[in-house]
Design a protein around this ligand. Sequence first.
Ligand code: SF4
Length: 225
Amino acid sequence: MNYKLSPSDLTFLYDGCRRCFWLKVRQGIVQPSIPLPGIFSKIAGLLKTHYSGMRTEKVHSALPPGIVKYGEKWVQSQPISFEDHEHTVYIKGRFDIVVEFDDKTYGVVDFKTGNPDEEKADLYSRQLHAYIYALEHPVPGAIGLSPITKLGLLYFYPNDTSQPSLEKLNYESDVHWVEIQRNDDTFKRFLETALAVLESDTPPALTPGCNWCGYAAKLAREKLI
Ligand code: SF4
């Protein structure tokens, strides 16, 4: 098997519950969604349009000179194999923006709406490393870019509102940059651990206290499903 890994599933889904991760990747069973994430997709789309083609000097002072070259593009990597593992994984997902610096290197930037949290940087690091792996090792026909020299998170945290007209309300946000250090070895070790989870023929134990599985178990007990 060549298991498909979505970059965003390597963060909270993987750390939150290995069983849910296993069920999604191996069986295509996805946790029920809640309406809130739709708003974040809308915000990400607006930000992509806003920054498209913009010079990095106008995006954030932490970025070297360059231009926002690509927005919301799908990437797909070649299969990734490991010694002592029969199966492989590959990465397929969509990044927020990629910057082309003036020295012809690239940077991958992910938008986050919320309070900047340096503690979550390790978690999001996997997501960004997944994009850069796919960009530097694309399957034929997929977008490929190299070398990628910078990666980070651009946080938007609402701090004020203004109302220019009766029909319009503007949110104003602080913009905060969190740099992610590139570490390919750590990412490959993480992928190997995730592959070991997927290679098990039985799903990992559920997470005690999770309302989703508790709900399903209750329905099953009541013979309602
Ligand atoms: S306990 Fe069940 S629903 Fe909850 S996260 Fe794990 S597998 Fe998913």
